[in-house]
Design a protein around this ligand. Structure first.
Ligand SMILES: [Zn+2]
Length: 478
């Protein structure tokens, strides 16, 4: 155990909670403690032991009765889409993009994006997320992207602003009926703009900027390759939407005579720094290619059900060697956060295989923490000495969550988590259910106002309906 008098920063001791560590050496510590110094975890163990080692020199925080787990990593989100939360329901992916999301995105201003980043970031924290890979594609000028990276860090989150890249309009975009207003730059211009973001906000901090060519189907192939090369050069990750709907794969195959993952493998752009959001419609050869290259896949089980896109083949991907993590895909696709993603993934995979052994609470926790950490390329995801100090505390003592015989199962089934405290990078960013940095009421009011103004500006007011009568409704006759 490290001598507390020898640590460069003061030690804080969070003590008394049960710890779900995700460390196989001691997965559950009842009445445990976590010692934190600076940005890192110094020690994890039984409270009595750590109190003895650090108690005299530490600031002591009583977390008795809480349950603590590593912070959850949202591997794929669109924070700005909270501006359209609860709208656009009843559409599958292509019309959802064409009639709702892309017109909305085309009208988002920098101020809208900042207002909603604060609100959606606060919401993520209150739902136990400590890191987000956020695909932001409205607007994407370097000033906005860098401002959003600062906002994300300001809220207290770790993560990535993945700059949405469309490039020039190509045949795939025309076939997908994509909004031409989003396709404004050449390949060279997109790379130069992303490079400008990276110069202004270099990799390595709490929040990074990554390139995100938006979609395998509707992007110029040279642009995808250039983004992958830029990521390698800068030693960062890159992400792309891939094989979310069956229809997209059919368009890709008709254009390139190969399935998307096979095409990407042939270009040499699959690796562990490549992450594919959704990844539902892969065939066996693609799964083999993804496993052989250690490619990252982000499973978004709530969104995939909401848009009726399909079910990811979890076990085959894991067996092949791909790293599969979890994402929320944002608030506009039926999502609320990572606890819902864990529960949805848990249930959905059992249904896919018609097998109650297809998933476990522990696997879902791994996907939301350790596997997410691998995707993020950061040393988080475990309560273990030497790791970055990102963890969340829940109060599961209320009527909603008791009795709690098996904590791992209880948190994955929790749905909405009773988060009390959040520590990121060693800093307390949520304390007793409130942000230590933001005025909740103002953040909510500003986000609501920005959404309302945007709906009018984008001409989407017709999507706002008080009530949509269900098919075969009985309401009127009762
Ligand atoms: Zn997405």
């Amino acid at each position: 155990m490290t001598d507390p008098t020898q640590t460069p920063d003061p030690v804080t001791l969070y003590e008394g909670a049960d710890l779900l560590t995700l460390d196989p050496a001691q997965p559950l510590i009842r009445k445990g403690a976590i010692a934190v110094s600076g940005t890192h975890i110094l020690a994890v163990g039984p409270q009595a032991e750590l109190a003895k080692a650090y108690g005299d020199h530490a600031q002591r925080v009583d977390w008795s009765g809480r349950l603590v787990l590593p912070g959850l990593v949202d591997g794929h989100s669109h924070l700005f889409q909270s501006l359209g939360r609860t709208l656009g329901d009843g559409l599958s992916l292509l019309p959802w993009l064409e009639r709702f999301m892309l017109p909305l995105a085309a009208h988002v201003t920098r101020d809208d994006a900042i207002a909603i980043y604060r609100l959606a970031g606060l919401s993520a924290l209150m739902l136990g997320t400590t890191a987000v890979i956020d695909n932001h594609y409205a607007p994407v000028d370097p000033e906005t992207i860098v401002a959003l990276a600062h906002e994300m860090a300001g809220v207290g989150l770790r993560g990535v602003v993945a700059r949405g890249i469309f490039g020039p309009m190509v045949e795939g975009g025309r076939r997908m009926n994509c909004d031409p207003r989003l396709f404004r730059y050449s390949v060279a211009e997109e790379i130069a703009l992303t490079r400008a973001c990276l110069t202004e906000h270099p990799p390595g901090g709490l929040v990074e900027i990554w390139p995100m060519p938006e979609n395998v189907v509707y992007l110029d192939p040279d642009l995808m390759i250039a983004c992958a090369e830029l990521a390698t050069e800068q030693d960062i990750g890159w992400q792309i939407h891939c094989s979310e709907s069956k229809f997209e794969v059919e368009i890709f195959e008709s254009l390139y005579s190969l399935r998307p993952a096979i095409w990407m493998q042939a270009q040499g752009i699959l690796s562990d720094r490549t992450s594919l959001a959704h990844g539902i419609w892969f065939d066996d050869a693609e799964i083999e290619a993804l496993g052989a290259t250690g490619t990252q896949i982000v499973h978004n089980p709530v969104c995939n059900q909401y848009l009726a896109s399909g079910i990811l083949k979890l076990e085959p991907l894991l067996a092949a060697g791909a790293n599969v993590s979890l994402g929320s895909d944002g608030m506009a696709v039926g999502g609320s956060g990572m606890f819902e993603a864990m529960k949805a993934g848990f249930l959905l995979q059992r249904l896919r295989e018609l097998n109650p052994l297809a998933t476990s609470a522990e696997l879902m926790l791994e996907m939301a923490t350790l596997r997410g950490a691998k995707l993020l390329r950061r040393d988080v995801g475990q309560l273990q000495a030497g790791r970055l100090a990102d963890f969340v505390a829940l109060d599961m003592r209320g009527a909603v969550h008791q009795p709690m015989t098996r904590p791992a199962m209880a948190v994955v089934m929790a749905g909405l988590p009773p988060i009390t405290d959040v520590v990121i990078n060693g800093d307390v960013v949520i304390s007793a259910g409130r942000s230590t940095r933001l005025d909740h009421d103002k953040v909510i009011a500003d986000g609501v106002q920005a959404a309302s103004d945007l709906i009018d500006r984008a001409g989407l007011r017709d999507l706002v309906r008080d009530w949509i009568a269900p098919v075969r409704s009985v309401c009127a006759n009762f």
